[in-house]
Ligand binder design. Structure first.
Ligand SMILES: [Zn+2]
Length: 243
């Protein structure tokens, strides 16, 4: 069985014995892979400065023999240095936590990988003030991919067009028309609805520009609830992003 060489994004690292590290990466074609980087802590290690969090590398793994593979080699493709800035780091860490959930071991998910890689590039480049909005856009894309994004345009009861009037009912994640809103009616603010629809429809590269930014923090609660329901994750970083 041959070695495996593939483009990978570093998702996690943990220490192993004195001088080694276990590196967990995600890849487009092979999903999540863990490998032992022997001697990665030594000052002369060829892994030094390469297997840092969220870097993109060309990684070579030993053949799969059932146990933990060896990370034989890692060549740096893209060092995501901008993500070390605190606000960007927090946003990127949140995205990494979501990607970790979406890409379980041995189950390739090219679309989720593209969302992670493209999302990290956006988080590196966008103005700091727009980070929360870009994160919202990425969450909506992931929810859609997981089949967990509610219909933003139609009543989930009767299918009627919602226009600018959407309501929520307790205990449901969906939107409802006025006729199917339970008392007391909980209207979704029209500017929140507008922002969510715009993020869903616009290409990611447009997220940092255009649209009114005011409703971003107000809008964040809905994708937050949808994500909790779909993933049962406790998002560590999310409260910091939308504080
Ligand atoms: Zn209805």
């Amino acid at each position: 069985m041959p070695q495996l060489t593939t483009t990978a994004t570093i998702l996690r690292r943990s220490d192993f014995r004195e001088s080694s590290r276990i590196v967990t990466v995600v890849t487009r074609e092979h999903g999540r892979i863990a490998g032992l980087a022997k001697g990665a802590h030594r000052p002369d290690s060829p892994f030094l400065g390469r297997i840092d969090f969220l870097n993109e590398v060309r990684a070579t793994f030993s053949p799969d023999r059932g146990g933990l593979r060896l990370l034989v080699r890692a060549e740096l493709i893209h060092e995501r240095r901008h993500l070390r800035q605190p606000e960007r780091f927090v946003a990127a860490s949140h995205l990494a936590q979501l990607a970790d959930f979406a890409m379980p071991d041995g189950r390739p998910d090219p679309l989720a990988y593209d969302l992670l890689a493209g999302g990290l590039t956006l988080l590196e480049r966008c103005p700091t003030a727009r980070l929360p909005r870009v994160v919202l856009g990425l969450e909506l894309r992931l929810l859609d991919h997981l089949g967990a994004l509610p219909d933003l345009d139609h009543c989930s009861e009767c299918g009627a067009e919602l226009g600018n009037r959407a309501y929520r009912n307790d205990g449901s994640l969906a939107f409802f028309c006025r006729d199917h809103a339970e008392a007391p009616r909980q209207a979704v603010a029209p500017d929140v609805l507008g922002l969510l629809r715009w993020l869903r429809a616009a290409p990611g590269r447009e997220w940092p520009h255009g649209h009114d930014d005011a409703p971003t923090r107000l809008a964040a609660g809905l994708p937050g609830a949808w994500l909790r329901a779909a993933t049962e994750l406790r998002p560590r970083w999310r409260p910091l992003i939308f504080a």
